[in-house]
Design a protein around this ligand. Structure first.
Ligand SMILES: Cc1cc2nc3c(=O)[nH]c(=O)nc-3n(C[C@H](O)[C@H](O)[C@H](O)COP(=O)(O)OP(=O)(O)OC[C@H]3O[C@@H](n4cnc5c(N)ncnc54)[C@H](O)[C@@H]3O)c2cc1C
Length: 472
């Protein structure tokens, strides 16, 4: 019998465990999943308050990446999947204190429709001229990696970095465009630049192809579950072998010895043939420091930022007074603490009764650090003050909740992909070790699920074809 340890019971570790279940039932392997907290699911956490579905962590996943929706369907949750209300998909950017809608046809920051962008007050005339000139941008022979800010600046200038690239990315990574790798975070853009030079021309060509092939309706941009993201965890966990799941059990060390792995958690130590470390990379670095100081150093080099979500509910009058659309983003140059707010009742109408407004506000990176030590009430006061400045919202919320996530969002810095290559070479010297989680090839829930499934496959392949499987 092959013994596999999974460390971390977030969605990455749970996806790995679920992918091992078939082999466990067939008697080929057994696994033990270690989770330090009392609860499985990691940052996937939903509360149900006064008829509202309140997401503490992720609220949805991008529909384009299939792994999360596929897992939901495998678990029998297909009829629970909901799409974002894209008919109401408008996002505003705060510019000099005013909310300006992002113009139609903007693909991330690349304009694909001339008129809406040309007439939009979101950009100065200088930036609009740069957009027109960008169509003649020469092909760029990529000499290694660069930051997203640097690439966007080369194409469209600093205003585009401040007003769009930075706010859009801080909503996903909780980090700044000047610290994020274009090759890791926007690989499609790096490729478009390589092939076409101009991002605008590349996007227009891609749209033309898509239109020609479009026979089916486009799926919603975001997908989620009717009862919230925790529904995925609550459906998945009962499908796992319950005696394999150790909650309240923090792993303190991993030792490798003669092809075997020794896991120490509390006073207990156990031996395994393989180990899947499904933790944020910085936590993985600590556990692997004695097995491979070099791998540990690489893992420590993957930065993480903290984030805070604040959810507030209001009555019908507030709902009627708020703008249509999914919410707004706040460029750092506006000098606010908030980075973004989602109008949940518009984005996912099933999540709030019709007579309620539900707002989800977001702090991350240095903005989250600044308020981290404050009490929940003090953070709510900051949010309310900024909502008053931005939306004119003075009403008292019927409830408010604050959720803090310490170092939970990975920052793929410049050179991230090269780091992953070095890590792959180091891991090749440690057969039986696999890594899963948001620190490597995608921060979102679908990528984390895929990473867990791939890690399970890798361990099964290595261990079922190695001598360990014959001697166990
Ligand atoms: C506020 C927020 C909003 C987000 N929004 C979205 C979104 O809308 N859409 C989207 O796709 N993605 C979103 N993400 C990203 C996505 O949710 C995460 O990247 C993903 O859920 C991470 O899953 P994970 O299992 O890799 O890590 P985690 O969820 O961090 O799980 C790791 C687990 O390991 C445990 N652990 C840590 N140390 C040990 C140890 N020593 N021993 C045992 N266990 C340990 C932890 O307790 C935790 O349960 C968001 C993230 C955050 C924080």
């Amino acid at each position: 019998m092959i013994r596999i340890a999974i460390i971390g019971g977030g969605i990455s570790g749970l996806a790995a465990a679920f992918a091992l279940e078939e082999s466990r039932r067939a008697g080929v392997i057994e696994y033990t999943l270690y989770e330090s907290s009392p609860q499985l699911g990691g940052v996937l956490r939903t509360e149900h308050i006064d008829g509202c579905v309140v997401e503490a962590g992720p609220d949805s996943f991008i529909s384009e990446k299939p792994w999360a929706a596929d897992l939901c369907r495998t678990l029998g949750l297909g009829d629970q999947l909901i799409g974002s209300n894209d008919a109401d998909r408008k996002t505003y950017i705060l510019v000099r204190g005013r909310l300006i809608p992002m113009p139609d046809g903007l693909m991330f920051m690349v304009p694909t429709k001339i008129l809406p962008t040309g007439f939009s007050p979101l950009f100065s005339w200088g930036t609009k001229l740069r957009m027109a000139g960008e169509l003649f941008h020469p092909p760029h022979s990529a000499n290694g990696d660069e930051s997203v800010a640097s690439m966007v600046d080369r194409h469209y200038g600093p205003e585009m970095v401040d007003r769009l690239a930075d706010p859009l990315l801080s909503g996903v990574y909780g980090g700044e465009a000047s610290n994020l790798s274009v090759r890791a975070v926007l690989p499609r853009f790096a490729e478009m630049e390589r092939n076409h030079g101009s991002l605008g021309r590349a996007m227009l060509a891609a749209r033309k192809k898509m239109r020609a092939a479009a026979s089916k309706p486009t799926p919603p941009l975001f997908t989620s579950l009717k009862n919230g993201m925790q529904q995925l965890v609550e459906t998945l966990v009962p499908r796992l072998n319950q005696t394999s799941l150790l909650t309240n059990t923090a792993v303190q060390s991993i030792q490798a010895e003669g092809g075997a792995w020794h896991i120490t958690a509390g006073a207990q130590s156990a031996g395994f043939d393989g180990v899947i470390v499904a933790l944020p990379a910085n936590a993985a670095a600590k556990l692997l420091s004695s097995c491979s100081p070099d791998l540990s150093a690489e893992l420590s080099g993957i930065g993480y930022s903290s984030s805070i979500t604040v959810v507030l509910a209001y009555d019908r009058r507030v709902r009627q007074s708020l703008p249509a659309g999914f919410g707004f983003l706040v460029p750092r140059s506006e000098g606010k603490q908030l980075l973004a707010a989602t109008f949940v009742h518009n984005k996912f109408p099933h999540r709030a009764p019709e007579d309620r407004a539900l707002l989800r506000c977001f702090f991350a990176g240095s903005n989250a650090e600044k308020v981290w030590q404050l009490s929940g009430d003090a953070i709510i006061a900051i949010v309310r003050n900024e909502l008053q400045q931005i939306l004119g919202l003075r009403a008292v919320p019927s409830f408010a909740r604050v959720y803090k996530w310490k170092a939970a969002m990975a920052q793929y810095g410049v050179g991230h992909l090269e780091r992953l290559d070095r890590m792959a070479r180091l891991r090749a010297q440690l057969p039986g070790l696999a890594l899963a989680g948001n620190g490597y090839r995608g921060i979102g829930v679908p990528d984390c699920i895929r990473s867990g499934q791939d890690a399970a496959k890798e361990i099964l392949t290595v261990r079922t074809s190695s001598p360990a499987s014959q001697t166990a």
